[in-house]
Design a protein around this ligand. Structure first.
Ligand code: MN
Length: 302
């Protein structure tokens, strides 16, 4: 099949971070188990609040935080406190319930530019409520793609012989591919569907020129992907076995039924289940209240 463009919509995350949101989108909820994809920056955060995402809950998913520039501090209700920098992975498994906050370091202590990606992975039915957990992976494998310095840092799953140690619960791949000015063929798992998001420069994907911020769904049954970049060419490659279960997604929750979502919301509002996130120096400590449920019944996305 040919490439199919995924157009982003603009959204605001926390107090001040404007993002381009690619998933979920009309007509497509998932790529593999990837069910949420935000791209933000590069933003000048030297002045102003920077990223200020106050404590909020999640269920039924894993969050992946991946920075291209800058620094963000993660805190969660398990007591984790972890600064994340480019090349490192923060992977939080919400499972039955967790709360977290993500904030820029205080002014004067933060790098001036913030640029990154926030993704969610839907947990499959039989594993959707494991104990919550948090993994920081400062060292990730890098696959040499064999063409003029092109390489892929593998966040999750396996690509071109490099396998990430990060814990995932379905056949999945995510990689940050530095194409540069090279021309390469990246081997893919034909059982996976894939998508790409260009995060820097311009990359010709299967001969189609995509600029920064362009996202394309690639379908299944590809054994290789041809990439040709300009010197700044860089993209995120996402894939996995198509996720067969219909998902009910609302606010920060991924579930299977309207009742499950309503119960998670009620527990957050009542201060049950999710625990407390410690203080956030230089940022807001107020927890984010859940919005009202929409009128009518929440329906599964397909
Ligand atoms: Mn979150």
């Amino acid at each position: 099949m040919t490439l199919s463009a995924i157009a982003p919509r603009r959204a605001t995350v926390g107090e001040s971070t404007t993002v381009s949101r690619y998933l979920p989108t009309r007509g497509r909820t998932t790529v593999g188990a990837w069910c949420f994809l935000d791209h933000y920056g590069p933003d000048d955060v030297d002045a102003g609040p920077g990223m200020q995402v106050a404590p909020h809950p999640h269920v039924g998913l894993q969050t992946v935080t991946w920075l291209l520039h800058g620094e963000v501090v993660h805190r969660d209700s398990l007591g984790s406190e972890q600064a994340i920098r480019p090349g490192q992975l923060n992977l939080m498994t919400a499972g039955s319930g967790i709360a977290h906050a993500e904030t820029s370091p205080p002014p004067g202590e933060r790098p001036p530019v913030l640029h990154g990606l926030q993704l969610w992975v839907a947990l499959p039915g039989e594993r959707r409520a494991p104990d919550p957990g948090f993994e920081h992976r400062p060292e990730l494998p890098v696959a040499d793609l064999g063409g003029g310095g092109a390489r892929a840092r593998v966040l999750v799953g396996e690509l071109a012989g490099a396998r990430s140690p990060a814990t995932v619960h379905s056949p999945l791949v995510g990689a940050d591919v530095t194409v540069g000015g090279a021309r390469v063929e990246v081997p893919l798992d034909p059982d996976h569907e894939h998508a790409v998001l260009v995060a820097g420069g311009t990359v010709a994907v299967e001969g189609v020129s995509l600029g920064t911020g362009s996202c394309a769904y690639l379908g299944r049954r590809r054994r290789r992907l041809s990439l040709a970049g300009d010197p700044a060419g860089r993209l995120l490659l996402l894939g996995g076995e198509p996720f067969a279960e219909p998902l009910v997604m609302w606010w920060n929750f991924v579930g299977r039924s309207a009742e499950e979502i309503a119960e998670a919301r009620a527990d957050w509002e009542a201060g049950r289940r999710f625990g407390d996130v410690g203080g956030v120096p230089g940022g807001s400590t107020a927890r984010v209240p859940a919005p009202p449920l929409p009128p009518g019944r929440l329906r599964p996305r397909r």
